[in-house]
Design a protein around this ligand. Structure first.
Ligand SMILES: Nc1ncnc2c1ncn2[C@@H]1O[C@H](COP(=O)(O)OP(=O)(O)OP(=O)(O)O)[C@@H](O)[C@H]1O
Ligand SMILES: [Mg+2]
Length: 304
């Protein structure tokens, strides 16, 4: 089977000598949702810039659907893989929103009418109908992020690379964006790879998680990664709030089956526990409760 993305032994140092990536191996199957987590400066953005050929390493380390990226023409590449940059100001450079979103389709050689349709469709997907004539530069950060997304969606790529999709979005925009990403993945089979610090959104956004800190430190399901407290601590990561809360409940004697990663899972877990315990949840302070909590807080609070 051909992978959507194959990264093999990718190394990269910036011209000033900063070593950003050290022997990266990542395989992503078509239709998978992958999240890359890691501290600031870990190399996530650097990795993404290699996926569409913005940055190039010495060797032939990146393949898209089995083809080496360095051997693909730009028109081919943008059909396969679209990257939404961390900073929308790096993405938007045209005088109007329309021009920015039309740029890709025009470069693919589409007729004006078709381009019009793609722009309309992309704007409606991100909920910015009527923004065609706005100046990208004047938009709010969240609006720019959506226009940047639309400027990639208008090319209908098979793989979407999204750098920090939820950063700086208000709760509603954030929720809508999570929904949109999942819809694109589920309904259109688009392969998604994201970087995020939004651990509360991560469980809904990923089949597989890679921890990157210049090297690949770990990979696994969200549950596997969040259960590894050493990996979390050593890489400035934390588990979702609800996961931590249930760990604390555990110190008060709550006997959980599995630690929930989301509110939905928490409701399921609580319901199950109540049903199997004659309608009650028993919590109590035992000999180790306070010590366990102190250890837990020391382990999780990076400021101490
Ligand atoms: N153009 C550049 N020239 C020199 N060093 C750079 C350049 N761009 C990034 N770096 C360095 O490369 C390293 C990796 O940066 P990168 O932006 O890939 O990290 P990141 O994981 O995306 O971080 P963040 O979570 O803050 O977005 C950092 O040490 C950064 O300072
Ligand atoms: Mg980054």
């Amino acid at each position: 089977m051909i992978n959507a993305i194959d990264v093999t032994n990718l190394n990269y140092s910036y011209p000033d000598g900063t070593k950003a990536l050290d022997g990266i191996d990542i395989k992503i199957e078509e239709g998978e949702k992958t999240v890359i987590v890691g501290p600031n400066g870990a190399g996530k953005t650097t990795l993404f810039l290699h996926l569409n050929g913005t940055l190039k390493s010495q060797g032939k380390n990146v393949s898209i659907f089995g083809r080496n990226i360095s051997e693909m023409a730009i028109e081919e590449r943008i059909r396969e893989i679209g990257i939404i940059f961390q900073d929308p100001d790096d993405q938007l450079f045209m005088p109007t929103v329309y021009d920015d979103i039309a740029f890709g389709p025009l470069n693919m050689g589409l007729e004006n009418k078709e381009v019009d349709e793609k722009v309309k469709k992309a704007l409606s997907i991100v909920g910015l109908e009527g923004f065609e004539d706005k100046v990208p530069h004047h938009l709010s950060y969240g609006q720019k992020k959506k226009v940047a997304m639309a400027s990639v969606l208008s090319m209908e790529p098979k793989i979407l690379v999204i750098d920090e999709p939820t950063a700086n979005l208000d709760p509603r925009s954030r929720k809508e964006l999570i929904k949109l990403i999942n819809k694109l993945n589920k309904n259109q089979g688009i392969t998604i790879i994201m970087a995020t610090h939004d651990v509360n959104a991560l469980p809904q956004l990923s089949d597989r998680v890679y921890v990157l800190n210049h090297k690949i430190i770990a990979q696994g399901s969200p549950r596997e990664i969040f259960s590894d407290s050493t990996v979390l601590k050593e890489n400035n990561l934390e588990a979702p709030d609800v996961f931590k809360l249930f760990k604390v409940l555990g110190f008060f004697g709550y006997d959980y089956d599995t630690l929930p990663l989301s509110i939905d899972e928490a409701i399921e877990e609580l319901t199950k526990t109540i049903e199997t315990n004659n309608g009650h949840i028993h919590l109590h302070i035992h000999e180790h409760t306070h010590q366990n909590i102190r250890d837990f807080i020391n382990n999780n609070d990076h400021h101490h």
